[in-house]
Structure formats: C-alpha cells, structure tokens
Design a protein around this ligand. Structure first.
Ligand code: AMP
Length: 175
C-alpha cells in the first residue's frame, strides 16, 4: 500500500496558475490515463470502504465522479452525483460554498438518498473543505448518514479537515 501511494503521489502533475494565478492545480489526469495507476487509485477507495457497510457513494462533480463511480461499481453499491448548479434534471436540494478559487452551488436530487442510508462522500481532492462541507449538508438534509468523507489528495496547508471537523475524513495522498 505504501509503495502504491508513493507511485500515485509521483504521478500527480502540478500545474501552476490554473485556473487562476496563484493556484497550484493538482492534475490527476496522468493517473487516469494509466490503467495500473487508475486501478491503484480506485482500489484505495474500495479497500477503505470494504468494512464500512456503505449503502451508496456520493461523488462530487466532476472528478469525484471518476473515482466514486468506479469504487461504487466495484463495491456493488449505488452512486449518486453531487452536481454543480443547474445540471440535474429533477427536483433538487442545494447548498452554496466557497472554493479555493471562487464561489459555487452544489445540488443533489431530492430522492437520491433514502433516509437512514449509510453514505460515503468521495472527491479527488480536499482543499479548503467548502465543497465537501456543502455536500455533507445536502446528505444530512436528505436523512443520509455520512459515514466518512474520502479524498485521493489532501492539501494539508489549506486545513480542509477543520471545515469538516464534524466528520471522519480520510485521504490517501497528502501534499
Ligand atoms: P475545496 O472546496 O476548497 O475543498 O475544493 C475542493 C474542490 O475543488 C475539489 O472538487 C477539487 O477538485 C477542486 N480543487 C480545489 N483546489 C484544487 C487544486 N489546487 N487542484 C486541483 N483541484 C482543486
């Protein structure tokens, strides 16, 4: 596992000044485009959830879909998208949040979660924690029990765990 994590860490590409000056963007596409690395990354989430009795994965738009949906498939459980405003066709609940680089709104379908379901929240990266905190509010509104928030990458200097102090948080690659 430790060896897999250092291989994955080394594959994350730093892109300076994207999408705005001053932001160091952690690009995961080198992981996605390599079958062995993509499987390693998805397996981190699958192994983390093997014993948590999860009913559904909630994945955050858009890169959380990539790992979340693959992990849900392997775990044999459902996947629900937490999407940016205006993308979901049916009735939604929404929550607003601030990003490392801007403001946004996330939405979920009102029937995405059955009250009492055990949910794991998955995204590619934890920065300030605003997105995941907003998603956790939506899950709570729908009566879901958010068991853990999980991220492939955590930018520790942005202290996102503080914004999520009400939740168990797990990340695999720390920068
Ligand atoms: P935050 O709400 O600040 O925790 O931001 C997390 C969300 O923004 C995730 O969906 C990430 O994909 C994206 N994000 C924020 N900062 C970065 C970054 N430096 N590199 C890549 N993605 C980022």
């Amino acid at each position: 596992m430790t060896e897999s994590l250092s291989v994955l860490s080394a594959a994350v590409r730093d892109v300076r000044d994207f999408p705005k000056p001053g932001i160091l963007f952690k690009d995961i596409t080198p992981i996605l485009s390599n079958g062995r690395l993509f499987r390693m990354a998805v397996d981190c989430f699958v192994e983390a959830n093997a014993d948590l009795r999860i009913d559904k994965v909630a994945g955050i738009d858009a890169r959380g879909f990539l790992f979340g949906a693959a992990a849900a498939y392997q775990l044999g459980i459902g996947f629900v998208p937490v999407r940016k405003k205006g993308k979901l066709p049916f009735q939604t609940e929404s929550a607003s949040y601030s990003l490392e680089y801007g403001e946004s709104v996330v939405e979920m379908h009102v029937d995405a979660i059955i009250p009492g379901e055990r949910i794991v929240l998955i995204d590619d990266l934890l920065a300030t924690g605003g997105t995941a905190a907003a998603a956790s509010c939506l899950i709570a509104k729908m009566g879901g029990l958010l068991v853990e928030a999980q991220f492939l990458i955590e930018l520790e200097f942005l202290a996102g765990r503080k914004a999520l102090s009400h939740l168990p948080v797990r990340s695999f690659l720390k920068f």
